[in-house]
Design a protein. Sequence first.
Length: 119
Amino acid sequence: MTGTLYERLGSSDGIQRIAGDLIDRHFENPQIGRRFADCDRESLKEVAAKFFISGTGGPNLYEGKDMVSVHRGLNINNDEFMAVLDDAMSAMEANKVGQREKEEVLYIFFSMKGQVVGQ
Ligand code: HEM
């Protein structure tokens, strides 16, 4: 294992592909799709990619709000949180992300649960 998680995920191109796939899955996921119905899919893909790139050791591109502020008032529950993790796993498998990298990404997401659920 060498390099930052950002590099091991394929740098900006690789992360853009994974993040784009992840957002497509959210829109099509019957458990959470309605949450995103009023969002612009392409701009959400861009923000998600910037968030991933910044959080995995790449250039610091994310200028959005912190996770509590973004999800405040949405009252997201545990099942919805799990649905997002399922989509993350599927997006990484579809993009042939390595085992070690999948573990690291899932851990990072899981560690944000308290900032997302029940806000
Ligand atoms: C670790 C898990 C999660 C992470 C890292 C995450 C991250 C993000 C990011 C970076 C944004 C974009 C913020 C911006 O536009 O500046 C966002 C927006 C959003 N997230 Fe999450 N999210 C997570 C879980 C969830 C869950 C479980 C749901 C509900 C199913 C959810 C629903 C939303 C919605 C609806 C928006 C759009 C808010 C808006 O633009 O009004 N998120 N999230």
